[in-house]
Write a protein that binds this ligand. Structure first.
Ligand SMILES: [Zn+2]
Length: 373
């Protein structure tokens, strides 16, 4: 067939006709975006790309938040030291109701400092004194970070216990991302459901899996190895509050996440960057939200844009069927569509902000305290 097109160029548009509500202009209740990055992104016409932030006035960011009904954003890009101080000075100090800055660890130090756990515990105390409201842990833990001897540092490595215990003692939640979508750990073959995404981002492909369990073995840990380490971490530190990024780091398996939520009262999850995953299983996802309505935090992990927020509102609030999880013509993760969850009001209210307020220690707004909202 001479006019055959390649699958790469195929952008099918559904011909399905069903009643649709579309994206709500405003959320039904005020929103806290508990997973965002204001420190590593810059603003282009297409949204955020990595680069030098800040480029755009904070007042513009606040206009976007106001228009989108977002009361507050958690900025996970605080880092430590001078960088943390300037991030706090830019966002949190002038707008304490609108921004919460999380601190980070100096992961580059793990490869040379034999006492990196103690060092980071000490650093976290300094970050807390500077005003940090939580700690962010990047997915490099377990996946890439190695100690002085070249051994991979597991997510549940005991040398980091001082850090987790200090976070617990300080009352600072730890927002942690481990691993990545399951498909990133599978062979890049004709069965990989994120094939197009991995072709575009070969650096996101954590394969081949190492063949030996020895920490110095080459290759990547398997997804299951990482998720088991994560479970160990959560159960071993009941005094520390952990927020598992991206639906508990395992959006593909809500039963696993539910089991962890049942087993670990110190565990919470954010939903950032995974409406594409959970939106394709709307019955299971809806039950999950209702059952764990006190443990789920709203978050986007995307440069603040009104239309991005509205897409999340559509997913959580409406019963719209078979719509794109992305604003791009070619959705990044794969060629599937999602379904709205049509969550009950009281669940939406908790997921949007109440759970985040409790976990992050944010006061209610005057209108909410008086029951006006
Ligand atoms: Zn993130």
């Amino acid at each position: 067939m001479s006019d055959e097109i390649s699958l790469r160029d195929s952008m099918p548009r559904p011909t399905l006709r069903v009643a649709t509500q579309g994206a709500p202009e405003a959320p039904r209740y005020p929103v806290i975006d508990a997973h965002n990055h204001l420190g590593t992104m810059t603003w282009g016409s297409l949204g955020a790309i990595s680069g030098d932030w800040p480029k755009r006035p904070v007042s513009e960011l606040i206009e976007v938040m106001d228009e989108a009904g977002v009361q507050a954003i958690v900025d996970l890009d605080g880092g430590w030291g001078d960088r943390l101080r300037s991030e706090i000075a830019r966002y949190q100090a002038p707008y304490p109701d609108r921004f919460l800055v999380f601190a980070g660890v100096d992961a580059a130090n793990f490869g040379s400092d034999p006492g990196f756990g103690e060092t980071e515990a000490h650093r976290l105390r300094a970050s807390a004194a500077a005003g940090a409201r939580g700690l962010k842990i990047w997915k490099t833990l377990g996946l890439e970070l190695r100690d002085r001897r070249g051994h991979l540092i597991g997510v549940d490595d005991e040398r980091l216990d001082p850090l987790w215990m200090t976070a617990g003692a300080l009352g600072l939640p730890v927002l942690i991302h481990i691993a990545d979508p399951v498909a990133f750990f599978q062979p890049l073959d004709d069965h990989n459901e994120r094939y197009e995404q991995l072709v575009r981002h070969p650096d996101w492909h954590f394969f081949p899996t190492r063949t030996s369990a020895h920490p110095a073995a080459p290759g990547f840990p398997s997804f299951l190895e990482l998720i088991e380490q994560f479970a160990n971490l959560l159960t071993r530190h009941p005094q520390t509050t952990f927020i598992g990024a991206h639906v508990g780091c395992y959006a593909e398996d809500l039963a696993w996440v539910g089991d962890m939520l049942d087993a670990c009262p110190n565990f919470y999850v954010d939903i950032s960057a995974r409406i594409n995953e959970i939106g394709r299983a709307p019955y299971t996802a809806r039950e999950f939200f209702i059952r764990y309505q006190n443990r789920i935090l709203f978050g986007t992990d995307a440069a603040p844009r009104v239309d991005v927020y509205r897409l999340y509102y559509r997913f959580l609030e409406t019963r719209d069927e078979y719509f794109s999880y992305s604003l791009e013509e070619s959705p990044g993760a794969g060629r599937w569509q999602i379904y709205g969850l049509g969550l009950p009001d009281d669940v939406i209210k908790k997921v949007y902000a109440e759970n985040a307020r409790r976990v992050l220690g944010i006061a209610r707004t005057p209108a909410e305290s008086t029951g006006a909202l």
